[in-house]
Write a protein that binds this ligand. Structure first.
Ligand code: IVH
Length: 689
């Protein structure tokens, strides 16, 4: 149990003196720092996102009411705010070196031989760690406070990006000193990167907004960190792994010791995939292991860095040109290949967006057969001069959709055919409009386009939306193909016999689906808004809307100007929401859903909080809920749901299989409820469950 209060129970309304506010702010800062550490360093959070957000917002409110209490290293300062005309420069205290790249086992063994010879040892101990594919950055801490961030630049001088690095999730503005004292000055280096899933979501959003998409997470990370406006950087999903202490603060004998200490100061290290290796064979074995798992890892790596473990060895081996002789980067096999474009077709998305896709002659890239590549838009096709029949270089980065890097023009024989997105939608025949910059194309068929509707229905039923589990992609297509649904509200008209007439439905499966469809009418407002598929409204924006509007009707009545007043909702999003609700077809669908019995609850509405002030911990399994359902349920009624038991916990609800949390509760004297006690408590609070 840490010394900090992990979920301080602060009543903002009760604060009316600056001293009280100061104390509350400090408690919140400590708690938030601790949760950042649990999340970004230990990868083991102990509170829900909702609880974290609540603490964060409380701190923001206190700092807004008492600006004199703000401190530069407050966790609320990780959200941007600095805009400049150009990036300054920063000299590195010691040069930022590069790494010699090697491509096969023989070269690695040569490296080992040189090290052994020059160090006069029979075997050399190494550390073997991923070579992360992002952007190298250097951070300087003085008295534990982050004072400077810089890019590598030419190795001697980099660009000063302090305001930007402060927005990276996982970069502590202040080092932890709970376990080990912090040196007066600490220079650390690491790699800023984007996770593959977060990069994909970010790129999808850019594509939807008609902005330039990034070819891979590395380019996106580099582009994001070199922004002049740190507010932009703050909105990018950047993360960091540290791998080095340079110069000051390096009071250790081995690299392995450094990697152990960095997390103690709150600096994230990729502990999971770093190995201390007794000899080069162990390092080579780690390489083989990483090659196998690398596609399944959440971030990109392009090789293994093998470093002599002891710093005495570094001294002896020294540096040649820019590369240390005590390390090599053993690169992974490339994931690029050449193939040819056999055809190009277009996909019609949920919002009518038309995306051209290349059909490739099948080719293996890094162990995966690739047959498609995204061409993004007409502008991209024109810029790269991509034609049907072209030989092309393609690149596959993790689970990112393969991209065409470039056309191999030398291989053209004159039979290649230029490509233009069609004037009419290949699915519904409606006109296609192309933006002036040719970066966006839309089918104007709207709800009448079966391709658009198909995607909308899949989205409506998806897990983050209304979560109709039995209506996966295949089932959704089957219902449309059978002519049972032409718009979302038709879902609620389906009868059992309709389903029984289809393939793969028996009495039970048909009834299950009907029950799930019926249940989806009782919905949280934010999920329903997301399910509607309003262009530019993802789940985060949907939540924001639910926080600001008590009901769907209130939101539908809001005009563009009102929407724009909400923080984090820009003019484009506001316009998109207003246009969506102004559309007759959309209004009709919502009316029909209301007639079918739509019952929306707003988890964020203040007047529905009978559990306000209570903190629950759930452990073991419950009959009526999954863990995340029950947490969401109590949060919706104003309570907190956390994952660790503390003095602040009001109830631990324990089902079969409950673990140590039940013991923690008993030790702390926190009441433990079983599922029926929990139901009784809910009834007592007037909640129907
Ligand atoms: S050590 C002399 N360790 O690779 C030591 N670098 O080519 C140089 N990189 O600029 C840094 N992962 O951006 C080191 N685990 C790792 C790394 C790593 C990625 C990058 C870093 C550096 C480049 C060197």
């Amino acid at each position: 149990m840490p010394d900090v209060e992990t979920t301080p129970d602060i009543d903002l309304d009760a604060i009316n003196a600056e001293a009280e506010a100061a104390e509350a702010a400090e408690q919140l800062r400590e708690a938030l720092r601790y949760h950042n550490y649990r999340y970004y360093v230990l990868d083991d959070p102990v509170v829900s996102d909702a609880e974290y957000d609540r603490l964060f917002q409380q701190l923001q409110r206190i700092e807004a009411a008492y600006p004199e209490l703000e401190t530069p290293d407050s966790p609320t300062h990780q959200v941007g705010g600095t805009v400049r005309d150009e990036l300054g420069t920063a000299e590195h205290p010691t040069p930022m070196l590069s790494l010699k790249a090697v491509y096969d086992e023989d070269e690695v063994r040569n490296f080992d031989e040189t090290c052994r010879e020059e160090l006069g040892r029979e075997t050399v101990t190494y550390t073997a760690e991923p070579k992360f594919d992002g952007l190298a950055v250097e951070l300087i801490y003085e008295d534990g406070r982050l004072v400077q961030g810089a890019t590598r630049g030419d190795g001697e001088t980099g660009e000063e990006i302090t305001a930007n690095v402060k927005t990276i999730k996982g970069v502590p503005l202040r080092l932890r000193d709970d376990e080990r004292p912090v040196p007066d000055r600490l220079v650390v280096r690491g790699e800023a990167y984007m996770r593959k899933d977060e990069f994909n979501a970010f790129n999808r959003r850019r594509e939807e907004e008609g902005k330039k998409v990034f070819a891979n997470p590395r380019n996106a990370a580099a582009g994001s960190l070199r922004q002049l406006d740190s507010n932009i950087t703050a909105r990018r999903p950047l993360r960091i792994f540290f791998y080095e202490i340079a110069a000051d603060g390096r009071d250790f004998d081995t690299h392995a010791a450094v990697l152990r200490v960095l997390p103690e100061w709150g600096l994230p290290v990729c502990t999971e995939h770093i190995r201390r290796c007794d000899n080069i064979d162990a390092a080579l074995a780690h390489y083989e292991d990483l090659v196998v798992v690398r596609d399944d890892l959440p971030y990109e790596m392009d090789g293994l860095v093998i470093k002599v473990n002891d710093f005495a060895g570094h001294e002896t081996l020294g540096v040649r040109d820019r590369d240390p002789r005590w390390a090599v980067a053993y690169k992974f096999p490339p994931r690029r290949a050449t193939t040819s474009i056999e055809d190009i077709f277009v996909q019609v998305g949920r919002t009518g967006r038309i995306t051209p896709v290349a059909v490739l002659a099948p080719v293996e890239v890094g162990g995966v057969e690739v047959t498609r590549a995204s061409l993004h838009n007409q502008n991209e096709i024109d810029r790269k001069d991509i034609r049907i029949g072209d030989a092309v270089l393609i690149e596959r980065a993790g689970d990112v959709i393969p991209q065409v890097v470039k056309v191999i023009e030398d291989e053209r024989d004159g039979d290649e055919a230029p490509y233009h997105i069609p004037d009419t939608c290949p699915v519904c025949g409606a006109e296609v409009v192309l933006s002036d910059d040719k970066k966006q194309a839309f089918c104007t068929g709207g709800m009448t386009c079966p391709a658009q509707f198909r995607e909308r229905l899949k989205h409506y039923a998806s897990r983050e939306a209304t979560d109709i589990e039995g209506l996966g992609d295949k089932r959704a297509e089957q219902l449309i193909d059978a002519g049972l649904i032409q718009d979302i509200s038709d879902l609620y008209e389906i009868e059992k016999d309709d389903l029984l007439a289809l393939e793969r439905y028996a009495d039970k499966s048909a009834q299950n689906l009907l029950d799930e469809i019926e249940a989806s009418l009782e919905q949280d407002l934010d999920r329903f808004l997301y399910a509607l598929g309003i262009p530019l409204v993802g789940s985060a924006t949907a939540r924001l809307l639910a926080q600001h509007f008590a009901s769907l009707d209130a939101l539908m009545a809001a005009d563009e100007a009102t929407l724009t007043e909400i923080d984090d909702i820009g003019p484009e999003v506001a316009q998109s929401i207003a246009a969506f609700f102004a559309d007759d077809d959309n209004r009709r669908v919502i009316d029909d859903l209301q007639d079918a019995g739509l019952a929306l609850a707003n988890p964020y509405a203040a007047d529905e909080a009978p559990l306000e002030g209570l903190t629950f911990v759930f452990t073991g399994s419950l009959d009526d809920w999954t863990r995340s359902e029950v947490q969401r349920f109590v949060e919706r009624h104003g309570a907190n749901a956390t994952s660790s038991v503390s003095g602040n916990t009001d109830y631990v609800v324990a089902g079969p299989g409950a673990g140590s949390k039940r013991d923690d509760a008993e030790a702390l004297g926190v009441p433990v409820l079983d599922e029926s006690d929990f139901h009784a408590l809910l009834r007592e609070k007037g909640i129907d469950a």
